[in-house]
Write a protein that binds this ligand. Structure first.
Ligand SMILES: Nc1ncnc2c1ncn2[C@@H]1O[C@H](COP(=O)(O)OP(=O)(O)OP(=O)(O)O)[C@@H](O)[C@H]1O
Ligand SMILES: O=P(O)(O)OC[C@H]1O[C@H](OP(=O)(O)OP(=O)(O)O)[C@H](O)[C@@H]1O
Length: 213
């Protein structure tokens, strides 16, 4: 069998992918807490366990044939070189704008300051509304920024809304819905077409079975 490499987003998406991967024999056959590359239980298919934001890059350059990654990461990356055939319907959340419930009034002559891990999506979102904003790139704990006066609003992921509520923030706008996607390197799709088509079919069916259970 032709060898295939699948890049997995470590953390939440990996956790949520494991039941589906186990169903089709692609779960890791090794210590995923230590190893960055592990064989799957299917001979010839290996898994890369990497940071979510790196998955599009690995797949785009062909270091992995396939990847599992959030739509948020794909939109921020602007992955033109990737084929995105499947919505896996896991790690579901939304990307939203949020502000302090009792936000202090802002001087209207000053641009809105937005703290986010997603500068590209944020820039596009406000530009589409004809609004130029000042974007402050952060790498985590966005909810803190409005509380300490670093930003007026944030653009971040929301699922239950619990983190926003706990920090006295409210969702003011939903930018888009987010779930995890299977992405495929376009060259691999041609050179390993039969293997990838079979895998897509298995994943599709495993997803349906899991939903029905
Ligand atoms: N609260 C949530 N509920 C459901 N899905 C989520 C939630 N938060 C994030 N996600 C999805 O899971 C992905 C990975 O999130 P996770 O928190 O595991 O990684 P991270 O710590 O943000 O990654 P990195 O190490 O690259 O900063 C996100 O890109 C998004 O698609
Ligand atoms: O609406 P909720 O259900 O509260 O989920 C939203 C939170 O989940 C994500 O963070 P995560 O828990 O992944 O922590 P991290 O950003 O530190 O990785 C996101 O960045 C929010 O902070």
């Amino acid at each position: 069998m032709t060898a295939l490499t699948l890049a997995l987003s470590k953390g939440r998406i990996l956790e949520e992918s494991l039941p589906m991967l186990a169903r089709i024999g692609l779960d890791p056959a090794g210590d995923i807490d230590r190893l960055l590359r592990v064989p799957s239980r299917t001979p010839g298919v290996s898994l890369l366990i990497i940071r979510p934001t790196d998955v599009p890059t690995y797949v785009e350059y062909g270091a992995a044939d396939l990847g599992i990654v959030g739509k948020d990461v794909l939109m921020e990356h602007g992955s033109t070189g990737l084929y995105e055939p499947l919505d896996l319907d896991i790690a579901k959340c939304r990307l939203s704008v949020a502000a302090q419930k009792d936000a202090p009034k802002r001087d209207p002559r000053r641009r809105l300051r937005v703290a986010t891990k997603y500068p590209e999506i944020t820039r596009r979102h406000f530009a589409d509304k004809g609004e130029q904003v000042e974007i402050i790139k952060l790498y985590g704990s966005m909810e803190l920024a409005p509380l300490v006066g670093l930003a007026d609003v944030i653009v971040d992921l929301v699922a239950t809304g619990g983190t926003l509520r706990a920090n006295g923030l409210i969702e003011t706008e939903v930018i888009c819905q987010v779930s995890s996607r299977l992405v495929v390197n376009k060259a691999s799709l041609k050179t390993k077409h039969a293997e990838i088509a079979a895998l897509l079919d298995q994943i599709r069916r495993a997803g349906q079975t899991l939903k029905a259970a």
